[in-house]
Design a protein around this ligand. Structure first.
Ligand SMILES: Cc1cc2nc3c(=O)[nH]c(=O)nc-3n(C[C@H](O)[C@H](O)[C@H](O)COP(=O)(O)OP(=O)(O)OC[C@H]3O[C@@H](n4cnc5c(N)ncnc54)[C@H](O)[C@@H]3O)c2cc1C
Ligand SMILES: *[C@@H]1O[C@H](CO)[C@@H](O)[C@H](O)[C@H]1NC(C)=O
Length: 430
């Protein structure tokens, strides 16, 4: 019997899921991909609007107008689908969107996507007890633009709904006293309106740093406030680093960790995003969903209590598309029976041990889903256990090189162009 899989979301992860499901017609029926937007691409579908749309739905994409990728296309690509070789290595977001549309056409995914359809509920239903093995099917309730609801039954669900849409806003005591504008990078689109203003940017991760550079170039004065060690590389002269924001005084002045005060026109939170799955009942699934954490997930994908539900793309600090590609292939190998998961208790125990070990190494709880160095071993393990080709060593090598360059030349590293010369080597081209 062919299995019917529901895919929630038609961003990069959902498209990748659909592509691999369709390539296994012996095991899977064509998937049903639910997408609340009217096109594919998710994050990469730039929308100049912010806030709430006329139909009442929030704008989900956090893409800004002048964003260029922070990974070169040579490693950013899905391993089985290159970008146009004519393009430079670091791309404007439009090129990534075009790439994902091409991916969708090439693998003929579009007929399987239901656009403008929002998944409102995903629920496991225990249908029978055959001996000791319980049988779980999945009820997916969705609604289209007219509000018409539909509930359908699936054998499994791949959750590919992304996690860069719900802004994380840390509490700043007294923020109601701030007289200027408060916004989150989720609602930032371009820098011109900030010209001549003083902007306190909170957070110096990729968005915080990138947006600070855009603002500085557009003539804003930027106070880059963060709690990491001071950045060592040369920054634009209009960017000044400061310690973290601790409060806003009664008169609207901003109070910093080091005791100093500053005044600003804008507070821009580049403080990341929350995980949010409004269509899942976490408790029922045995999951704990917090702002920065979803747990327990075996191999960062599977709730041990419900091993036919998979989260794709939940890890942070990864090479996203290649990572999704590995996760999807592993998930399908589990579903088609070629990989057997350990029993529930063992999965729970493995997750617990892994988390324990990280916490003992000093990793903060909120960073438990950050992969960084461990992403390569992770993908290798998935590839070995599910018997698909591992990521080539050159992907890691170039990713790490670019990461180094970004630390040294945050403004200019995107000028480099690279070429892959073998499975282990890349070269820099003029
Ligand atoms: C500002 C920014 C810059 C980035 N830069 C890079 C980069 O340079 N290189 C890189 O590789 N990665 C980058 N990323 C990471 C990026 O998130 C991934 O590349 C990738 O786009 C994530 O894909 P996804 O499918 O997991 O999620 P998304 O792209 O968010 O797609 C999720 C989809 O699910 C849909 N959806 C959500 N909920 C529902 C629902 N209930 N019902 C139906 N549909 C639903 C959404 O509409 C959306 O289309 C960046 C991210 C951001 C935010
Ligand atoms: C706001 O109040 C603080 C004392 O709490 C003071 O040092 C600062 O100068 C004041 N700022 C303005 C703009 O008046």
């Amino acid at each position: 019997m062919l299995q019917l899989v529901a895919v929630v979301g038609a961003g990069a992860a959902g498209l990748c899921a659909a592509r691999h499901i369709l390539s296994r017609p012996g095991s899977f029926a064509p998937p049903v991909v639910f997408e609340l937007g009217d096109s594919v691409g998710g994050t990469w579908r730039y929308d100049e609007r912010v806030g709430t749309l006329p139909d009442g739905r929030p704008v989900l994409s956090s893409m800004y107008r002048d964003l260029r990728t922070n990974l070169p296309k040579e490693v950013m690509m899905f391993p089985d689908f290159p970008f146009d070789p004519q393009l430079s290595s670091f791309l404007p977001h439009q090129e990534v969107q075009a790439y994902l549309e091409r991916y969708c056409e090439n693998f003929q995914l579009r007929p399987h996507i239901r656009f403008s359809t929002v998944v409102g509920n995903v629920r496991p239903v225990v249908t029978a007890t055959e001996g000791e093995e319980r049988k779980v099917t999945w009820e997916v309730t969705s609604s289209d633009l007219s509000g018409r609801q539909k509930t359908e039954s699936f054998d499994s669900v791949l959750v590919c709904s992304g996690h860069y849409s719900d802004p994380h806003l840390p509490h700043v005591p007294g923020i109601e006293n701030f007289k200027g504008k408060v916004l989150h990078s989720h609602s930032y689109r371009f820098a011109e309106p900030f010209s001549g203003q003083t902007v306190v940017v909170l957070g110096a991760k990729s968005s915080g740093l990138d947006i600070s550079i855009e603002l500085a170039k557009a003539g804003a004065k930027v106070i880059l406030s963060h709690r990491d060690r001071p950045l060592k590389f040369p920054l634009h002269p209009a960017i000044q680093q400061s310690s973290s924001v601790v409060a806003v005084e009664d008169n609207g002045s901003i109070c910093l960790q080091d005791g100093s005060l500053c005044d600003a026109d804008v507070l821009m939170f580049c403080t990341g995003y929350n995980f949010k799955y409004p269509f899942l009942d976490a408790a029922q699934l045995g999951l704990d969903v917090q702002d920065h954490m979803v747990s327990p997930l075996y191999r960062f994908m599977v709730p041990p209590a419900f091993p036919k539900l998979f989260f794709i793309g939940i890890c942070k600090i990864i090479c996203p598309f290649p990572n999704f590609n590995c996760q999807v292939q592993f998930a399908l190998a589990v579903l088609d029976g070629s990989v057997t998961l350990p029993p529930r208790e063992q999965m729970e125990e493995e997750v617990r041990q892994e988390q324990q070990e990280k916490l003992q190494r000093g990793v903060q709880h909120r960073h438990l889903l950050k992969m960084d160095q461990s992403q390569w071993e992770y993908c290798d393990v998935l590839a070995r256990s599910a018997d698909f080709p591992p990521l080539l060593p050159v992907v890691r090598s170039l990713y790490e090189e670019v990461w180094r360059q970004r630390q040294i030349h945050p403004e200019n590293y995107r000028r480099n162009n690279y070429r892959i010369v073998s499975s282990t080597e890349w070269e820099l081209i003029d």
